[in-house]
Design a protein around this ligand. Sequence first.
Ligand SMILES: [Zn+2]
Ligand SMILES: [Zn+2]
Length: 100
Amino acid sequence: MECVICLESTSNSTKVFNCDHINYHLNCIKNVIVCPLCKVCKIANDNIINGRFVSRILVWHYNQILPASIYRSAKKLDCEIVIIKSLSERGPNDLIYHYP
Ligand SMILES: [Zn+2]
Ligand SMILES: [Zn+2]
C-alpha cells in the first residue's frame, strides 16, 4: 500500500490512530497528531514515557538494538528502533536510547 504522506510504498502494520488507517510510514506521521485520512487523534496513552509521546527509539549502533528492544518491551512501547549516525536525524518525539 501507499503512504498517504510521501506516496511511497509502505508495509506498516502499526496502528497509531484510533482508526483503522495504517497506510503511512511511522516516520512520516511522527509529527502528525491526527490521522491524515479521517482526522482521528492518536491513540492515547500509547507509547508514552514520562508524559511524552515516543514515536521512535534511536540507537547509535546495531549492538544497541537488542538492549533497546528489551527496554521497549519493559516500557510496553510499540515503536520502531532506528540506528542513527547523527543527532540531526532525531525527531521531536524520538527517544535516544543510551547504552547502560
Ligand atoms: Zn511515507
Ligand atoms: Zn483514520
